[in-house]
Design a protein around this ligand. Structure first.
Ligand code: ZN
Length: 256
């Protein structure tokens, strides 16, 4: 099967499958039926857990390739800037030739649906789920949970990660007054590539705020799984946030 030029795919709104030097290459304007323009397929969602208030934590899985990637659309309920990225990602992924053969992409659209509903950082118990993971730096205080995985959302995400054993995890957040890409674990290379392709600065973990018991601490430092924490600018329009990071996100998903 002909392998598409990945960079061409990522730099156009819909991949047409040929390199510009290829005689079969068509100008994007002539490609009237790009894959992205086709009707969107139905996504199959699977429940992987429930929130404190009983809302479903759900995943959809795309592709069947050897590289396993997990996208988490949000874990802080008041950080919704990544919502268009999460909604668009499955279809843009499917539009790239070979993507399904190369990657198994699992998308958890929201790890904190109660927080999103009530527009709070924490879950319905007022616990910051991104401080409730069993990392050595866990701090047992009320707002972080009195023990690791005391919250059902954190337990579900923990179990999902151990079941998937992804090669890369990307989690969408937002930050007041700035945007950047942060990483934990052996993720220097994808983090640097993300920064180069998006223009988002690269920030080392813990250089801007202590993160005891964070998902990044547990995944990156305990499991040694590469994890990128994508901090959108707080209040950024979600479609603009996606446009800024689309190429970088698809690149780190597709390229190990
Ligand atoms: Zn956050």
């Amino acid at each position: 099967m002909r392998r598409a030029c990945l960079l061409c795919c990522l730099l156009t709104t819909g991949c047409i499958g040929f390199h510009p030097k290829d005689p079969k290459w068509r100008q994007p304007a002539e490609a009237s039926t790009t894959p992205a323009a086709k009707p969107r397929p139905e996504l199959a969602w699977r429940e992987v857990g429930r929130s404190v208030r009983g809302r479903s934590l759900r995943t959809t899985t795309l592709g069947h390739g050897p590289r396993r990637v997990l996208w988490v659309g949000g874990i802080h309920g008041d950080e919704t800037e990544g919502m268009v990225a999460t909604a668009s990602l499955p279809f843009e992924f499917l539009a790239i030739p070979d993507a399904e053969a190369r990657v198994t992409l699992t998308i958890l659209d929201d790890a904190n649906p109660d927080g999103r509903d009530q527009k709070t950082r924490g879950n319905a118990n007022g616990v910051d789920l991104n401080r409730n993971f069993p990392a050595p730096n866990f701090k047992p205080i009320r707002s972080f949970g009195i023990r690791p995985l005391s919250q059902p959302e954190a337990q579900a995400l923990h179990d999902l990660i151990l079941a998937l054993r992804p090669h890369l995890i990307i989690v969408a957040h937002s930050w007041r007054g700035d945007h950047f890409i942060n990483y934990d674990g052996p993720a220097e290379e994808p983090a640097a590539r993300f920064a180069r392709l998006s223009g988002y600065p690269l920030r080392a973990s813990d250089s801007f705020a202590p993160t005891p018991g964070s998902l990044g601490s547990w995944v990156g430092n305990t499991l040694r799984i590469p994890i990128l924490t994508l901090e959108y600018l707080r209040g950024r329009q979600p479609d603009e946030a996606w446009a800024e990071t689309r190429t970088a996100i698809l690149s780190v998903i597709l390229e190990g």
